[in-house]
Write a protein that binds this ligand. Structure first.
Ligand code: PBG
Length: 334
C-alpha cells in the first residue's frame, strides 16, 4: 500500500455522507422563501400559456381557491398579473385606474376569500397600453414620459392599496416613483401598505413568455425595447445606485430581476443594503429549463432546485418563481 499524501486538510471529509452534507449545508430553499406569480383572466376556463408549460391564466372565480392551495403548501405570497382584454387597452392605459379593473377585482377576491396570503400587486401600465410600454408616451410618441407615468402609477397604487394589496410592486423603472407612491399612500391613511420595489430591473430578453401571458407582445412580432427605463444588462454599479435610491425613497423590499443571469447583482445589493432582497426568476428562465427538459437534455427537478438554490445563495431572501407550486409539492413529498 502506498503512503497517504501528507495533507493537513481534506475537504472531502465534510462531503462523505448524506448526513454530513445535510448538516453542513449553508443554504436552504423552502416553500416560505417563494412567491408564486399568478396570471388572472376574465375567461371562464383556465388558459394554458404555450411558452410557460404548466402555468395557466386563472379565471377570477378560481383565484382564491388557488391561493388557498398554495398556502397549504407553505407558500405565503402571490404576485398578481392581469391579462387585460385587447378592447380595454388604450395609449394611456386608463384601465389601470378603473376602480372595477380585473386587477382590483382579483385583489378584493383574494383578500376576502383567502385573507392570510400576502398579495403583491404589480404596478405598471404595460398590461393596459396598446403599445405595451410600462408608461404613458411623450407627445412625440418617442419615449415614455417619466413624470406623467409616475402620476398614473400613484393613482393605480392608491386603488390597489384600497383593494387590499399588502404590497404594491412598481415594476416600471420610472425615476422617483417609490417616493411618490409612499407619500401618496401615507397621505391617504395607507401607512401599512408596503412597497416591493423592482429596483434593479434589467432590459432583458428573458421576459418573452411573460409578455405572451399578459398579451403585451407586439403584433408585428418585434421585441419591444424598454431600454430607456429598464437597466442596461452591462451595469453593476448602477444597480446598487438604483437599490439605494429606492431604499431611501421608502421601499420595504428591494428586487433584482431577472435572477439567474444576475446573481452578482443580487449579491451586490445584498451587501449594500440591510433591506430584505427579492429576486425574480423570470418567465424565460422557467421556459428554458422546461424546454431543455422536454428534449430530455436536462432533468427538470434537479435544475429547478439548483437554480433556486443558487439564487438564495447569491443573497435573495425571497424568490418570485413560476416553479413555486411545483417546488413546494415536491418539497413536502420527499
Ligand atoms: C412589466 C413586467 C414584466 C415582467 C414583470 N412585470 C415584463 C416587462 O418588463 O416587459 C416580466 C416577468 C417575467 O418575465 O416573468 N411591468
Amino acid at each position: 500500500m502506498s503512503e497517504p499524501l501528507d495533507l493537513p486538510v481534506r475537504l472531502r471529509r465534510l462531503r462523505a455522507s448524506a448526513g454530513i452534507r445535510a448538516m453542513l449545508s449553508e443554504t436552504t430553499v423552502e416553500p416560505r422563501h417563494l412567491i408564486q406569480p399568478l396570471f388572472v383572466t376574465e375567461g371562464e376556463q383556465p388558459e394554458a400559456i404555450a411558452s410557460l408549460p404548466g402555468i395557466f391564466r386563472i379565471p377570477l372565480a378560481q383565484l382564491a381557491a388557488k391561493c388557498a392551495q398554495l398556502q397549504l403548501l407553505g407558500i405565503h405570497g402571490v404576485a398578481l398579473f392581469p391579462k387585460i382584454e385587447a378592447s380595454r387597452k388604450t395609449a394611456e392605459g386608463a384601465e389601470a385606474w378603473n376602480p372595477n379593473s380585473l386587477a382590483l377585482r382579483a385583489i378584493r377576491e383574494v383578500k376576502f376569500k383567502c385573507p392570510g396570503i400576502v398579495i403583491f400587486a404589480d404596478i405598471a401600465l404595460d398590461p393596459y397600453t396598446t403599445h405595451g410600454h410600462d408608461g404613458i408616451l411623450n407627445g412625440a410618441g418617442t419615449d415614455v414620459d417619466n413624470d406623467r407615468t409616475v402620476e398614473a402609477l400613484v393613482k393605480m397604487s392608491l386603488l390597489t392599496a384600497q383593494a387590499g394589496a399588502d404590497f404594491v410592486a412598481p415594476s416600471d423603472m420610472m425615476d422617483g416613483r417609490v417616493a411618490a407612491i409612499r407619500q401618496a399612500l401615507d397621505a391617504n391613511g395607507r401607512t401599512q401598505t408596503g412597497i416591493l420595489a423592482y429596483s434593479a430591473k434589467f432590459a432583458s430578453a428573458f421576459y418573452g413568455p411573460f409578455r405572451d401571458a399578459v398579451g403585451s407582445t407586439l403584433s408585428n412580432g418585434k421585441t419591444l425595447s424598454k431600454a430607456t427605463y429598464q437597466m442596461n444588462p452591462a451595469n453593476r454599479r448602477e444597480a446598487i445606485r438604483e437599490a439605494l435610491i429606492d431604499a431611501a425613497e421608502g421601499a420595504d423590499l428591494l428586487m433584482v430581476k431577472p435572477a439567474g443571469s444576475y446573481l452578482d447583482i443580487i449579491r451586490d445589493v445584498r451587501e449594500s443594503s440591510a433591506l430584505p432582497i427579492a429576486a425574480y426568476q423570470v418567465s424565460g428562465e422557467y421556459a428554458q429549463l422546461h424546454a431543455a427538459a422536454e428534449k430530455g437534455w436536462l432533468q427538470l427537478r434537479a435544475v429547478r432546485d439548483e437554480s433556486l438554490l443558487a439564487i438564495r445563495r447569491a443573497g435573495a431572501d425571497v424568490i418570485l418563481t413560476y416553479f413555486a407550486e411545483a417546488f413546494a409539492k415536491d418539497y413536502h413529498a420527499r
